[in-house]
Structure formats: structure tokens, C-alpha cells
Design a binder for this molecule. Sequence first.
Ligand code: UGA
Length: 457
Amino acid sequence: SGTTRPRLTFIGTGYLGATYAICFAELGYEVLGVDVDTDKIENLRSGVVPFHEPGLDEVLHRNLDSGRLGFTTDFAEAAAFGDVHFICVGTPQGPEGVADLRYVEAAVTSLVPHLDRKVMLVGKSTVPVGTTEWIRDLCRRFAPTDVAVEVAWSPEFLQEGHAVEDVLRPDRVVFGASSDWAIDALYAAHKGVFDLAMNEDREVPVVITDVATAELVKVASNAFLATKISFINAMATMCDAAGADVAQLARAMGYDERIGSKFLRAGVGFGGGCLPKDIRAFAARAEQLGVTDLRFLGEIDAINRRRRTRVVELAAALLGCDVSRPTQPDLSGRRIAVLGAAFKPNTDDVRDSPALAVASLLQGCGADLRVYDPAGLQNAQAAAPHLTYAKSLEDAARDADLVCVLTAWDEFRNVEPAALAGVVRQTRIIDAMNCLDPAEWIGVGWTYRGLGRYGSP
Ligand code: UGA
């Protein structure tokens, strides 16, 4: 191929690994995506991205055609192919919040026995600090004795729904390494990212650290983001008690550059496959290391979980229901349209979705629900088969006594309040992500409630 670039494998073709494999082929590397899941690999080979990510299909097709991108379930093939192997497998939540590293272990022990030359493994999955050392030990035990394996850490920060941009144009890269050889190899494996930036007259900051720091950057960043969200959600509770408006509060606070306006949207709280599990794993790891200063993360988690019951309380109050049991109001006979199932817009991911959690709570109180989501219906049906789903926003809203917007999809933000009024039975709306303009809804006669706005009951 005439290129001096290293050949890359990405082990684990879930959200992270598939996006990286596809985008690094786009950057000009020869890439092999590796997974034990035959269906996933078959899908990717035939040009199907197994999840909803804007723009990714197109990049996949282009790079399958270019011949730079392949997929396999064969670790011997991966070992023969790759100079740098990225570990991108999932690290789910285990007992007591501790991260479950079984997939990392399986990836390493499946790959390294096949190695026949010096290569580098680079961790990208979100892991507890100390994992690199543990992987090094696995390599010593499982790699052929005459083969050197370097292990480095380079965390990723991609956001679902924005993943292609985040991978091609990261706001920083972190290289956690223990040797000059490893740092050189990391630069070579990311040269495409730096070249693209240079062509576009941008710079990508590189932070070179020891491996423990690199492991911590990821969890510390996610913990900070979670803290920021729970902070503003606590302010929402305060606003409700004081008759203030958290959206205006956040806007005014956000102009202070030290605070910043991002991740300051109060609402139903954070969900997804990362933030909730990551703060629990981080807190658990801190305890293992005898560090008690991270216990506040337990409260961050608790504030977040209370957002979900807050929506149920608000629904009961708005419907004028019997709230003598505040945590379990009687909502029987009330029809509720739940708009949103994905944990945030522009994704079909329903993992730890606040929207689905609230829907389940409402149904548990006897409400007659119809759930609609523009992309997440299939995953929602699999994850929460006990709920009733609608094929369109209008179907969900028909004859509803209450509409709850739980995911901030554009489709919901663009709804015409007057038109929706003609579909529902009662014009009452809960805007649980504070993504609508209250004046528009109130102006045509809706009873509007945000979370932490206008002294909601
Ligand atoms: C998060 C981080 O933002 C990424 O940097 C990180 O790489 C990723 O986890 C990961 O660990 O892989 P993601 O889970 O895709 O990314 O979603 P976010 O955009 O962070 O949103 C997380 C949750 O917070 C969503 O439920 C969202 O609705 C909520 N959120 C976000 C708020 O409630 N308020 C806000 O102001 C922002």
C-alpha cells in the first residue's frame, strides 16, 4: 500500500470500537475490527452499522469500498494483521458498582497467544485505575515468551450522537505510556488525526502521562460531567421550592467562562451506558484504594435517581391524582403519552435511560401509557417489553390526559403546540428536559410544567 502507517485493530466493535475502526479507516489507516459476535461482524461487513449514529453508515460504506476496512472474528488473523491493537470492549457494571473486566481479560488473552512480533496494545475502554498494570501481567502470562508486548492507555471521550466528529476531531488526545517506543507508536497510530487537524488549521492538544493518570482522566472527566448535571438538578429542586426558574439560572451562570454553559441543562438527569456506571465504578475503586473523598459521588448518583421520581410526583400533581402515597400515586385510568425512550436525542441507545425508567414508574402507578421514540423503539421494546409503544408521536398523544417529553429530540421540540392540542384529551405537558419554549405552549392554552421552572408544584 506504500504507507508507513501502522496497521490497526480495534477489538470490540460495539459503539466505541466500531466507530473508531470506521473513522480510523477514513483517516487512511488499514484497519481490522474484531469481535466475538458473529452477527455484529456480519452486519458491519455488509455495511450495516448495528446502532444509530448520525453519519457513520456513510463513512462505513466509503471505507469498505476503499478496501482499507475489514472485520473478523478470528484473533489469529487480528494478531497477524495488527501493529497496534486497540482494546475497545465494554466494561459493564458488576456487583457493588465495581467495573466488570471480563471482556477486557477475554480480549487480551484471546489475542496475545497469537502474537509473533513486538506490538502495542492500547486501552480505550473505560476502566478502573490500575488496569494497565493488570493487562501487562496478563500479557506476561499469555504471550509467547519471545514476544514483547507494550501496553499503553489512551482514553476516548466520544459522545453518542456526535461520535464521528469526536473521533475525527477530538478536543484533546491523552497518551498514557511508559516508554519512548510506546509514545512513538501512539503518535504513529494517531498521525491521521493530527494530519487532518493540520489540513484544517487546527491543533489537537496532546497530553502525555503515565498510564495511571491516563486511566483516571476518563473517569475523572465523566465524574465531573455527572457532578455538573446533578449540581444543576439540585438547583432545579431549589428553584421549585423557591418559585424560581432553573433554565434562566443556568443561562446566567453559564456566561461565566469558569462555569461554562455546557452540561448545565436541568431535567430528568443523566443516563446512558457511561455516566451512571462510571461514577459508581469510580467510587468503588476509590474505596478499594482507601480514598474516602469520592463519597460525594454517591450523592451525585442519588440526586440523579431522584429526578425520575420527581417526574412521577409532578405528573400526579398535574393530573390531580390521589397523592396520599407520594412515591406511589394512583394514576389508574390516566392516559399518558411518553415522548422519548432513548437516553438522549440522536441515539437509539436506551441503556439506563431516564425516559424508560420514568415510563416504568408511571406504568407501575397504574397509568395507561403510550411510549414513542424516533429511533429507540426497537431497543426500548427489547429492554422494556412490559411497556406499550406507539409508532408515531400522534399515536402516542391521541386522547392523552398528559404528555411527558422525556428525551429532547428535535421532533418533539418542533411540535406545533396548537396542532397537538387537537390530538390529546387534556392539554397538559411535562417538559422533563426543559427543551420546549414554555411561552409557546402556555400561549395556546396548555398547562406547562418544566422541572425547576415557575415554581412547579
Ligand atoms: C458521555 C461523555 O459525555 C463522553 O465524553 C464520554 O466519552 C462517554 O460518556 C463515554 O464514557 O463513553 P454519552 O454517554 O454519549 O457521553 O452522553 P452525554 O452527552 O454525556 O449525556 C449523558 C447524559 O447526560 C444524557 O442522559 C443527557 O441527557 C444528560 N445530560 C447532558 C443532562 O441531563 N444535562 C446536560 O446538560 C447534559
